[in-house]
Ligand binder design. Structure first.
Ligand code: ADP
Ligand code: MG
Length: 257
């Protein structure tokens, strides 16, 4: 049994679409976080909107799905840093600790490159500056993304993040998702691809050395029973024209589905 504590560092979840970042990684970790009375989660998803974290909305301190919302959220995090470090310093604390009087803040960015892209140049600078000071202020950024190369996430930010790597597309993506030590010890997330969703490697503070390159499986809470295509539609594949490309004008209310 390994206990993972998220405080005091930032975390990147890497993995290709369908590898389990949101459901396996996000839901599992967020479910732990939102049940703590001294944690507030601020989340953004501009890409999949409600689909990823919408079901958790009541337990999130904030959840934004628009560009303006994301800008305001990250500006808000930037603005709170100084007041929090001052508060901690007044109590002789160099970092957040349980019982210090502040709630721990987790800022969770799903499909993070889209959130970062939505920022103005000033907003981006502020975010990077917030990220540098955040750990001393009791704030953790969690970024979920498909590939952590410089075109997706500023190198400065990537260098500061612990790595939770799900199945990736190829070895090049693996090199961005894994730490040096995981790669050196033979971790191969590209072999999972997205065929084994939920499988991952975690290199983060507090993880024992001998577990750094050990595969893990995250929990899934998706309670769906899937039937194979051969059992649906009397053995026939449903003709593609029956899959509407956009919702009907008068969509049925969700309650009637
Ligand atoms: N831990 C898990 N165990 C088994 N299946 C999982 C797990 N996590 C996710 N899945 C399956 O994989 C699908 C894609 O997962 P998702 O988290 O949406 O991927 P991503 O966010 O990386 O695109 C989910 O709908 C679910 O069916
Ligand atoms: Mg996802």
């Amino acid at each position: 049994m390994v206990r993972y504590v998220l405080t005091g560092h930032h975390l990147a979840l890497n993995g290709m679409t369908g590898s389990g970042k949101s459901v396996g990684g996000g839901w599992s970790l967020l479910a732990e976080l939102v049940t703590r009375s001294d944690v507030a989660v601020l989340a953004a998803d501009l890409t999949k909107g409600e689909q990823s974290l919408g079901c958790m909305r009541p337990s999130l301190h904030a959840f934004v799905t628009t560009k303006d919302g994301a800008r305001a959220l990250l500006d808000g995090v930037h603005a709170m840093i100084r007041a929090r470090t001052d508060y901690l310093a007044e109590r002789g604390l160099q970092r957040w600790q349980a019982g210090c009087g502040l709630v721990y803040v987790v800022c969770w960015l799903e499909e993070a490159p889209d959130v970062i892209d939505s920022l103005t140049d000033v907003g981006r600078e502020r975010w990077l500056s917030a990220m540098k000071a955040a750990r001393s202020a009791g704030v953790t950024f969690v970024l979920s993304l498909q590939r952590s190369d410089w075109s997706q996430i500023p190198t400065l930010a990537r260098g500061q993040m612990a790595k939770w790597c799900f199945g990736v597309q190829d070895s090049s993506d693996a090199s961005f998702g894994l730490s040096e030590i995981q790669a050196e010890r033979g971790a191969r997330p590209e072999l999972w691809n997205n065929r084994q969703p939920g499988m991952a490697y975690l290199d983060a503070p507090g993880i024992p050395d001998e577990r750094l390159a050990m595969p893990m499986r995250t929990f899934t809470s998706v309670l769906t029973t899937r039937s194979s295509p051969s059992t649906r539609h009397g053995g026939q594949r449903r003709p593609s024209r029956s899959i509407p490309s956009r919702p009907p004008r008068s969509a049925r209310p969700a309650s009637s589905l």
